[in-house]
Design a protein around this ligand. Structure first.
Ligand SMILES: [Zn+2]
Length: 582
């Protein structure tokens, strides 16, 4: 608040003395109300021009005009003006008066000077109390909202009357026009009512006061202007923990007020919350927020508090999808990254397989296992923070693929490709080491029951090509099939003839002979091995065997093997003899 300094008052008095000749000074002014609330001054919204049309003279306008005439004489050239007349004019709302004074007459000029002095003295105290917006006289204007500019010359409007050389025009605020200001009520109007009181949508009219007999009133501290919101402050946003509320200052008159802010929790100032924005805190849960706007101008300040928000509710995390980097491939490491949460949010991680927690997989990284192959894996983030509703966020679920073998060689087949021979698969070196299974094919057709690593060639294979398929498996790896090339046609093997012993009932001292018949092809070399009760007899490797004393009561047998280069050997065994007799 600014108070008038002694030097300012002295200067103002000097001006008065200069303007008013000694002896002609008149202290006569309209009397103040019987009770006048001081100190204090009415809030004023500055220039609020005519917007509606209700030309009937308003009580404050009429009363001011009567007071002017009663105190200083003269006559009125009217208050109301037809709605159909052109231009913006407070006359159309019954808020302006025209008081007939003639600028050519020195007496009238002195009278107006008295009135102006009365209204504008002490930084426009009476203008505040009356709700005067502006005064036009003699082609000049004074306004409460540009007091610092004093009287300003107006552009030439043409006529004597249009230039206000034959009358004084005074426009009032709605509250002045409705006699709601302190001049009429005795109480300082701190909250403008902004319209015709007593009518729909406006407050009831305050009672007006009688005049006192005094012609003076105590001087009060008068701001250069009383800033006041014509649109009250409000709060933008929702009262939810973690959201930012914005103060909407409203529209303050006049422009140029310095605005300050203070956020309140249930009416109590929140420490450090003095900006235009406020981040709703956990401490606000269940409490309502308001913002207090303080407007300062010319050493005075006015505060206005917004309506309350609803009670603050728990914060919600915004929908933040975690991201996962890495290949969804067996044995690969996936790395999850949570979205951006408010500072202080506690995050917990969990990897899931088909929506079910994977035990122990609670770090940001996870190396997929064989159990994941063929299943959907996702990264879950649980966010928790005081004042917030805990929330889960999930990455996109993706299927983990099996890993291919690094080395998957094509199998080959070894062995003699003749009936009687045994083929063996050579699977090669798989990397990583695989579990292998086999399937044999004859001319491309599966041979039932042949699933070993070897394949004995039978007469059924004669003339046909043989191939083998390797199926490799390993945990987490793609089951992989590899086929050998088909062999050339299987050739004929060694054909054996039936063999006989020269005597099935031998006795000690007898010479036993194995007869072999004819083996094919020609050139097959035959070798022999004699057995006694199933055990090979040392050195008994010829076609004939001399039965010895040691053979008595045993059974003898011979095995004949035919061999030929490039052929599988063929072995024939003869049924054992009867027990060797003495
Ligand atoms: Zn007028």
């Amino acid at each position: 608040m600014r108070t008038l300094s002694r030097s300012f008052i002295a200067a103002a008095c000097a001006v008065l003395l200069a303007l008013v000749p000694v002896g002609q000074a008149r202290a006569t002014t309209p009397p103040p109300p019987r009770t006048l609330q001081t100190p204090g001054i009415d809030a004023h919204l500055g220039y609020l021009p005519q917007k509606t049309c209700s030309p009937a003279a308003k009580p404050g306008t009429t009363a001011l005009l009567k007071a002017l005439i009663a105190t200083w004489g003269g006559s009125s050239s009217g208050i109301s003006r037809f709605c159909t007349s052109g231009g913006t004019s407070e006359h159309k709302e019954g808020r302006a008066l025209d008081w007939h004074m003639d600028s050519r007459k020195a007496k009238d000029r002195a009278t107006v000077a008295d009135v102006v002095r009365w209204i504008t003295a002490n930084n426009g105290e009476v203008a505040y109390r009356l709700g005067v917006m502006y005064i036009i006289w003699n082609q000049k204007i004074w306004s409460i909202y540009y007091q610092e500019l004093g009287w300003r010359k107006l552009a030439d409007r043409g006529s004597w009357t249009a230039n206000h050389k034959d009358h004084v025009h005074i426009s009032l605020s709605w509250d002045g026009a409705m006699a709601q200001t302190s001049w009429w009520t005795g109480g300082v109007l701190r909250v403008p009512q902004l319209g015709p009181c007593g009518t729909k949508n406006f407050a009831n009219c305050l009672p007006t006061m009688g005049r006192s007999s005094s012609r003076s009133w105590p001087k009060v501290t008068v701001p250069a202007f009383s800033p006041f919101p014509s649109v009250v402050p409000a709060i933008g946003g929702s009262a939810r923990v973690g959201l930012t509320l914005k103060a909407v200052a409203g529209t303050w008159m006049p422009a140029g007020s310095t605005l300050g802010y203070q956020w309140l929790r249930d009416g109590t100032a929140i420490a450090g919350a003095a900006g235009t924005e406020y981040l709703v805190d956990v401490a606000d849960l269940g409490h309502a927020i308001t913002v207090r706007v303080n407007a300062s101008l010319g050493g005075t300040s006015v505060t206005k508090i917004s309506d309350e928000t609803t009670d603050t509710v728990a914060g919600v995390f915004s929908d933040l999808k975690p991201l996962v980097s890495g290949d969804y491939l067996f044995g690969a490491t996936l790395t999850g990254k949570a979205g951006s949460y408010p500072p202080g949010t506690a995050l917990a991680y969990q990897w899931q397989r088909d929506g079910t927690n994977i035990p122990g997989a609670t770090a940001t990284s996870y190396t997929t296992t064989a159990a994941d192959v063929g299943h959907d894996v996702r990264f879950r983030v649980r966010a928790a923070k005081a004042g917030y509703t805990p929330d889960y966020a999930y990455s996109s679920a993706k299927e983990v693929a099996a890993r291919p073998f690094t080395v998957a060689p094509r199998p080959t087949i070894s062995g003699i490709l003749r009936v009687g021979g045994v083929l063996t698969v050579v699977p090669g070196a798989w990397d990583p080491v695989a579990t292998l299974s086999y399937r044999w094919y004859r001319d491309g057709t599966r041979v039932d029951g042949r699933t070993g690593s070897t394949y004995p060639l039978t007469s059924a294979d004669l003339g046909h090509g043989i191939s083998v398929r390797v199926r490799a498996t390993r945990a987490g790896h793609l089951a992989t099939l590899r086929y050998s090339t088909r062999s050339k046609a299987v050739g004929a093997g060694i054909a054996s003839a039936s063999a006989q012993l020269s005597d099935p009932t031998p006795r000690v001292g007898q010479r036993l002979v194995a007869t072999t018949g004819t083996w094919k092809p020609s050139g097959v070399a035959l070798s022999y091995q004699w057995y006694r009760d199933g055990a090979p007899i040392d050195g008994a490797t010829h076609g004939a065997y001399l039965v010895g004393a040691g053979d008595q009561d045993t059974r003898l047998r011979v095995r004949i093997t035919g061999s030929l280069d490039g052929y599988p050997s063929v072995t024939r065994q003869r049924t054992a003899t009867a027990d060797v007799a003495k």
